[in-house]
Write a protein that binds this ligand. Structure first.
Ligand SMILES: Nc1ncnc2c1ncn2[C@@H]1O[C@H](COP(=O)(O)OP(=O)(O)OP(=O)(O)O)[C@@H](O)[C@H]1O
Ligand SMILES: O=C(O)C1=C[C@@H](O)[C@@H](O)[C@H](O)C1
Ligand SMILES: [Mg+2]
Length: 181
């Protein structure tokens, strides 16, 4: 990590494909660490007073991506935050750089076999998944894996509850924090 903020004070950022659990797990991690939780998708939704699919429809993906960058820039300049990204945020090099330089970046990873079981609960609220065949979504899943390869820690979360994932993440963080002090 290339900044001078002590590791224990750095933000914790969750990245990974749509629906792996960044929001659910990030929220739990923030509660356990007594830190503020920021969900970039929720921030954008709140500003527009619309759901993400409505923003995509009304204003287009480009506007959404610009907003995404603005919020990431704002929050990565802070400390002690737990931040869940949208699944596509790391497509932007500038977002990737801001996150990796300022914060501890956790990649929440799943296998395609496990992820595809979630498609039904995700499709209505994730415009990027809509109007694509399962084969196209699978191709996107593997394409995106490459962009998430820029991270500090990776956790495979195929099995187990979001509570268990949060526990494991905190365990790993404690080890890292103690090792660096
Ligand atoms: N460990 C888990 N086991 C089972 N279901 C889970 C788990 N984690 C999250 N989910 C469920 O998967 C769905 C998607 O989770 P969530 O919204 O947290 O994903 P996300 O990574 O934030 O997605 P996005 O990139 O679109 O913001 C939710 O319905 C959530 O309840
Ligand atoms: O992976 C993506 O491109 C997206 C993921 C969601 O979190 C939202 O940010 C939006 O639906 C786009
Ligand atoms: Mg989310």
């Amino acid at each position: 990590m290339t900044n001078h903020v002590p590791l224990r004070e750095q933000n914790i950022i969750f990245i990974g494909f749509m629906g792996v659990g960044k929001t659910t797990i990030g929220q739990k991690v923030s509660e356990r660490l007594n830190r503020t939780f920021i969900d970039i998708d929720e921030e954008i939704s709140r500003e527009f007073g619309m759901s993400i699919p409505e923003i995509f429809k009304e204003y287009g993906e480009k506007t959404f991506r610009e907003k995404e960058k603005e919020y990431v820039e704002y929050y990565t300049n802070q400390k002690f935050q737990v931040i869940s990204m949208g699944g596509g945020a790391f497509l932007q090099d500038e977002i990737r750089d801001m996150c990796l330089k300022s914060s501890i970046v956790f990649f929440l990873d799943m296998t395609w076999e496990s992820w595809k079981e979630r498609i039904d609960i995700l499709i209505d609220s994730r415009p990027v998944l809509q109007n694509r065949s399962m084969e196209e979504i699978e191709a996107l899943f593997y394409e995106r894996k490459d962009i998430y390869s820029a991270h500090h820690f990776r956790m495979e979360i195929d099995s187990g509850s979001s509570e268990e994932a949060a526990d494991n993440i905190i365990g790993l963080l404690e080890l890292e924090w103690n090792r660096n002090e």
